[in-house]
Design a protein around this ligand. Sequence first.
Ligand SMILES: [Zn+2]
Length: 114
Amino acid sequence: MTTAQLLTLSHPCLGRCGVTYRLAMPTESQLSDTALRTFIAQRLDEGRLPLVLTKTIGVGFGSGAECLACGQTITTDQIEYQAFGPKYGAALRLHWGCHVLWQLECVKRTRPHS
Ligand SMILES: [Zn+2]
């Protein structure tokens, strides 16, 4: 585990501040950041990913589930985020890095234009 990962995991804001977001790069997905951002934006457009800021996050190692953001398997040596939105339904499973990009996109889209 890298220092950046430890910082992110132990940070009281659970990676929601800008500082840890920058530390959290790069993502764990096989895709490049740019490709992944485009992919996540598409899934948000299609409604496959919800436009929510997660309230509760569980962190663990991958369970072999498919990442909701990039569609790739979250392997047992990768960090898996289980995100719960306002509705508290089933957890959304994403790579740690994919979760960061997804939340950044949600923040961008929900922030009022000024
Ligand atoms: Zn992913």
